[in-house]
Structures are given as C-alpha cells and as structure tokens.
Design a protein around this ligand. Structure first.
Ligand code: XMP
Length: 326
C-alpha cells in the first residue's frame, strides 16, 4: 500500500543505484515540487547533489531571498545562485506567444544549468566526477498535461516536460513523476521540510513570464511584482492563503482602458486576479473570495501600482479555463 515512507525508501534506493558515484544538479524554483525533489535526492546521494537556483528575473518579490534562506536552512544543501535576469529578458525580447515564451524559458534554464555544471566541476577540482544528472520536480499532472501521458493532447508545454531542448546533455531524475501535489507535500513533510516550504501555493517555473499577456519587459515585471505582492499580502492577512490553491495575478500588458484618478484621465492596464480552489490542478473552481478582501486588493493595487487603473476578477473554472493565462 502507498505510504510516504515507502515512496521515499524506494526512490532513495533507485536514485543511489542510478547515480552511483556521479554528480547531480537540481534546479530549485522556490516551489514545493523542486524543493521536495531536491530533498529526496539529497537524502539519497548527499553532497553529490548541488542545487542551482536560477534567478531569471521572472520571480515574485522576495522569492529569491526565501530560497536562499529557508531552503538552505532546512536542508543544508549545497546551493549555487545564478543571476540570469539579463539573459532571460534578452531571450524573451519581442516574444508574445505563450508557447514560444515557455519554450524559450525552458531552453534558457537548461543552458544556465549546463554552464553551472561546468563551474561546479571546475570548483571541485581535477579528478571530479561528471555532473551527469539533472533532477526535476516533475509531477504526474505535468506529464499528463504536456502530452506525455496516455494519449492526452498537449495542453501546455510545462517548462520541465515539453519545454526541454532536444539536445539535452543530462540524464533526468524525476522522483515525483508518479505523484500528485498532496502526495508531494506529504513526502516533503516526512523529509522534514518546514511548512513554509511544504504548504506553499504552487508557482509555475516560467514564473511571471507567463503572467504577462504580451511581451515580457523589466518594467512590466516590476509592475506585476508590485501587484502580486499586494494580493498575496492581503490574502495572507485575511487568513485565506491556505484555503485557496493559488491566486495568479496577471497583467494584461497589451490592453488599456480609460479611467479617472485624481483630477485626470488615465489610460492604463488591467490586472486580473485568478484565485482558484483545486485538489490537484487538473481541474479547478474559481474561489468565492469575500468581497471586502477583493475590495481591499483592488483599492491598493490601483492606488499603489503605476499604470494600473483597473482590477478584474476571473470567474472561470478549469476546464474550460486553465489556471494560468498562458
Ligand atoms: P494550468 O495553467 O495548466 O496550471 O491549469 C496547472 C498548475 O500547474 C502550474 N504550472 C506550471 N508549473 N511549470 C510548473 O512548474 C510550468 O511550466 C507550469 N505551467 C503551469 C500552474 O501554476 C498550476 O498550479
């Protein structure tokens, strides 16, 4: 029968067997999945694992600092932080198509990993074993929705499944490939990860890059980061962050509408709030958030975020909508 203990035991044995004396790296995204995958692989191979956190500039406010502090504190893992903002923003320049964005982000992730791999070997000195393996926190729903499951159409290229380049140099370790999110959380808990990591709401690997409808620019990212931070702050203050599955905050960068603020006309962008409740992200319903909380978020965003003059609420379930807008 299924227990978290069994899953951990089986995976630890399988990973040890697969990796032998070689090395592995694991991309940390700040999310639950990669954190649990990393902790599991660390349990199996200890210091043969190096975690790489790619700061692609598409992160939310405070996210990088949180990974640097909380995850390292909880696991003692070897962590390498790569500042790759410029690289990602250059690669995304002029691109508005969602699938193209996802593929570019997936490709750049791998390129950064390859570079990190070379650096890790150099730092380890001569005679060091090769970094042959890449650990990914791919879950069962990611596999299914990227068309890797049983005859399902490709809905989106999750950056860690369909978004990988064809000339990938790494062998993959995906210890969570058969699990759903709630199971991953249980495994994480059993591995001793703190609640702040295990109970985090999901956040997609491509980050805010797929929450800007239109081209991704630094200015737009900064704007969205502000709006997102406000929404998260108010949801947490209202004690709702555990009730909802997640609440993407989306910037409609190619849309403008007329408004009025102070004594002048504005012509700004809308922000979409997308609070959903779900068991496993395969299906979802829109969350019936209290009006006063929605009101506070709306007032603060329109007051505090430049260029945003309207906040709208997404009341679509999944299907037919997906959770993310891209
Ligand atoms: P959708 O938008 O497909 O999202 O309904 C389902 C869940 O998956 C997350 N998501 C991703 N997670 N890489 C990830 O790690 C991705 O490329 C990706 N795309 C979507 C999304 O936030 C939701 O929880």
């Amino acid at each position: 029968s299924w227990t978290t203990g069994n899953v951990i035991e089986e995976q630890v044995a399988a990973i040890r067997e697969q990796v032998g004396t070689k090395r592995a790296i694991c991309g940390l995204s700040g999310g639950v999945d990669s954190a649990v995958a990393a902790a599991l692989v660390q349990r199996a191979i200890g210091d043969q694992l190096t975690c790489v956190y790619v700061d692609h500039g598409l992160m939310r406010k405070g996210e990088t600092e949180q990974v640097e502090k909380d995850f390292v504190a909880a696991t003692g893992v070897q962590l390498k932080v790569v500042d790759a903002e410029e690289r990602f923003l250059n690669a995304l320049k002029g691109v508005s198509d969602p699938e193209e964005k996802r593929k570019i982000i997936g490709r750049e992730f791998i390129r950064v990993f390859e570079q990190a791999q070379a650096e890790i070997i150099a730092e380890a000195g001569s005679g060091a074993e090769a970094v042959e393996f890449l650990v990914q926190g791919t879950l069962y729903p990611d596999v299914v929705e990227s068309g890797g499951g049983t005859g399902t159409a490709n809905i989106k290229s999750h950056h860690n499944v369909g978004g990988l380049p064809e000339d990938l140099e790494f062998k993959l370790i995906e210890p969570l490939r058969q699990l759903f999110k709630d199971e991953v959380r249980m495994v994480g808990q059993e591995l001793g990860l703190p609640d702040e990591i295990v109970q985090r709401q999901p956040f997609p690997g491509p980050g805010l890059g797929i929450r800007i409808v239109g081209e991704v620019t630094k200015e737009r990212l900064d704007l969205l980061r502000e709006a997102d931070a406000i929404a998260r702050e108010e949801l947490t203050a209202a004690g709702l962050d555990r009730d909802i599955w997640q609440c993407p905050v989306v910037l409609l960068a190619d849309v403008r509408s007329v408004g009025v603020q102070g004594d002048g006309r504005t012509y700004g962008h809308p922000i979409v709030l997308r609070p959903v409740s779900s068991e496993d992200a395969m299906t979802a319903d829109w969350s019936r958030l209290p009006y006063d909380v929605l009101g506070r978020i709306s007032t603060r965003i329109t007051n505090e975020v430049d260029e945003v003059n309207r906040v709208v609420l997404d009341i679509t379930s999944k299907p037919p909508g997906t959770i993310e807008w891209e």
